[in-house]
Design a protein around this ligand. Structure first.
Ligand code: FEO
Ligand code: CA
Ligand code: CA
Ligand code: CA
Length: 628
């Protein structure tokens, strides 16, 4: 196997290896960007939320901050920094065994197939904490694995043996584990009956419109109703009926072709499936990842997976009704009429923002377990005047044969109805105090430069107001009449990230961005019970040039009513901060630290010469007070 581009992110790798055709009218793009800067200037008081009267505050009311902590300064240290009066400690670290009979993490080998199958997975991302009587059960996505780290025992820094591939597959998926607090420190409860590893080989059931569809029938399952495994689980969701939603994002990077001349279909290409994988080599031992032999296998990935975290024997369900794309997370809201709306981003440059609305209604105490099996799928169109609508994806609007095809080729369906191409929609979060919903648009260097993978143009537009957007922004929308099932909304921008110490134009960011709180690439996003927004970043940590003064990736807290944002936490070197959930008493917040040292420059959390390891940390107030 050839060595390749280990330092590149998924998106960057994709970009290098399959550059899109440049087909934009540059003059028009530049004209629009200039006029858009004017609009940005007009929205200088972003905190004033000009378009959302429900949350706008008079200037006098903005004086008193709800952010009761001293802002942390940006830094490039190889540790966690939290405000004065707060402390942190690791709870679960990649390779920690979930059972006492399993081996402890071995830094020399970085584990084996057997040890990894019994241990916390790698690169933790979205997570949620569930309560069952006196037990607390943490479900955590293990998004992917850094090949140079997990295979750091190999000269090639890549999987070389069948057991290496087994280890890699087991490092993916979801870890479910009981946790407890002893003497102020949280830890995994080894041997708990709740503990479970879901990996790239765990049997899954396919549900919804694509169940049994011709597009899902493969040699491994001619019925198209089951599949094996979940991988690249990025952000998450949770339901009010107590299940966990794991969202499959960059599922494409695991497929390859034994026939180098094989030409992937247009449908596979829209999802980035190519004849080479991203260095995982799963096809070495598992033929279903060879697209020349099994071209429909990729159709069985790219879904939201619903998991019962309290039943380790339950079969996870792929919810095809929620569409197939590079799912970031899934934010579920119970609408006034009892239907559930699930908001979801497709994280790729120029892809879309979606909404699912269930056919059935949620009722406390009823059997809600199949609410995500059937419903309607929509995609967002944002108008420059601050309004927008949800466009239905139906056979009539898309020209597709049936709902099953729409559920599998969702990106193509969305292109057909003219949805708005977005700056990489990452996490969506709903404010529990209002009906407003927010989405991090992390960045998009292709904005105004080249179309998306489906050929849709990406001109500068309302919620994506800057060409070559390297900083990102957070868009917010309010459903008309507070109706999450309805077709109309109004929108504005909570924050436009930027660097006011480097730029004085739109790239300086909105007025609530200062030299003290600046950041780039908002990604993780969640509201606490008080209605404050916790913003996590996955961006450029060079601390140079356009990013000078921003330091490592970080977590900030924003008050959506005023627009005020303060930095709460700075992560270690080369990490991303992603995933957040709270203890039921709100005295601990659990935060994910993903891929520290992804380029070889960190020893977090062990320090010294130790192998860098992703982990979940607990953050508490030293006085035991509430935190969110
Ligand atoms: Fe896995 Fe879009 O982040
Ligand atoms: Ca993310
Ligand atoms: Ca990201
Ligand atoms: Ca990530």
């Amino acid at each position: 196997m050839q060595t390749r581009d280990h330092d590149l992110s998924f998106d960057a790798w994709d970009e290098v290896h399959s550059p899109r055709a440049e087909r934009c009218d540059f003059d028009a793009v530049v004209d629009r960007a200039i006029s858009r800067r004017g609009i940005l200037g007009g929205l200088a008081a972003f905190g004033a939320v000009a378009l959302l009267g429900s949350t706008a505050l008079a200037p006098a009311a903005r004086a008193a901050s709800r952010l009761g902590f001293e802002q942390v300064a940006a830094n490039s240290l190889d540790t966690i920094t939290v405000p004065t009066g707060y402390s942190w400690h690791p709870v679960a670290t990649w390779g920690d065994p979930l059972w006492s009979a399993a081996a402890e993490f071995d830094p020399a080998s970085r584990g084996t197939g057997v040890s990894q199958e019994a241990a916390f997975g790698d690169n933790n991302d979205g997570m949620a904490l569930f309560v069952d009587g006196d037990s607390l059960v943490l479900a955590v996505n293990n998004e992917y694995t850094n090949r140079p780290i997990i295979f750091g025992n190999r000269d090639s820094k890549l999987p070389e043996t069948a057991d290496d591939v087994r280890k890699g597959k087991a490092a993916h998926g979801v870890s479910v584990m009981e946790i407890a607090e002893t003497d102020g420190r949280w830890h995994v409860v080894k041997d708990s009956a709740y503990n479970r590893r879901i990996t790239a080989d765990t049997p899954m059931e396919i549900t919804g419109p694509a169940r049994g569809h011709a597009l899902l029938k493969t040699a491994a399952d001619p019925t198209g109703t089951t599949s094996l495994g979940t991988w690249n689980n990025c952000g998450n969701g949770r339901t009010p009926w107590g299940t966990y939603l794991a969202c499959e994002e960059n599922f494409n990077g695991y497929f390859s072709s034994s026939d180098a001349d094989y030409k992937p279909s247009a449908e596979l290409s829209r999802y980035g499936v190519k004849t080479e994988d991203w260095g995982y080599a799963w096809a070495m031992t598992d033929e279903r990842f060879d697209i020349s032999k099994h071209p429909q296998e990729p159709n069985r990935a790219g879904y939201v997976v619903e998991i019962d975290p309290l039943d380790p024997h339950s079969t996870p369900k792929k919810r095809t009704a929620l569409g197939r794309f590079k799912h970031e997370n899934a934010e579920l809201v119970v609408n006034g009429d009892g239907t559930v709306a699930v908001y979801m981003g497709d994280d790729e440059r120029g892809e879309f923002l979606y909404k699912f609305v269930s056919s059935g209604k949620y009722a406390v105490g009823a059997d809600n377990s199949d609410l995500l099996e059937d419903g309607d799928l929509f995609v967002a169109r944002f108008n420059d005047d601050g309004t927008g609508e949800w466009l239905a994806l139906t056979p009539e609007t898309t020209g597709m044969r049936d709902k099953g095809e729409i559920s599998v080729h969702t990106r193509i369906a969305a292109s057909a109805v003219g949805a708005t191409t977005m700056d990489r929609p990452e996490w969506v979060a709903a404010n529990p105090k209002t009906s407003d919903v927010y989405c991090c648009l992390t960045n998009n260097r292709n904005r105004g430069v080249k179309p998306n993978a489906g050929g849709d143009q990406t001109p500068v537009n309302g919620p994506n107001p800057r060409e070559k957007n390297n900083y990102g922004q957070i868009v917010r929308w309010a459903p008309v009449d507070d109706d999450h099932a309805g077709p109309n909304f109004t929108w504005d921008l909570l924050v436009v990230a930027g660097n006011p110490t480097v730029h004085s134009d739109a790239y300086a960011g909105s007025s609530n961005v200062t030299a003290e709180n600046m950041f780039n690439s908002p990604d993780g996003l969640a509201f606490d019970s008080t209605g404050l927004a916790w913003i996590q970043t996955d961006g450029n940590y060079s601390n140079e040039g356009d990013f000078a003064g921003m330091g490592n990736n970080q977590m900030l807290i924003g008050d959506p009513a005023t627009g005020e944002i303060r930095r709460f936490l700075v992560g270690p070197k080369e990490c991303e901060i992603t995933g957040i959930t709270w203890a039921p008493d709100r005295r601990t917040v659990f935060v994910g630290v993903q891929h520290p040292g992804e380029k070889g420059g960190s020893a977090f959390p062990g320090g010294g010469q130790s192998v860098p390891r992703s982990c979940v940390i607990a953050v508490k107030r030293e006085d035991g007070g509430l935190i969110g």
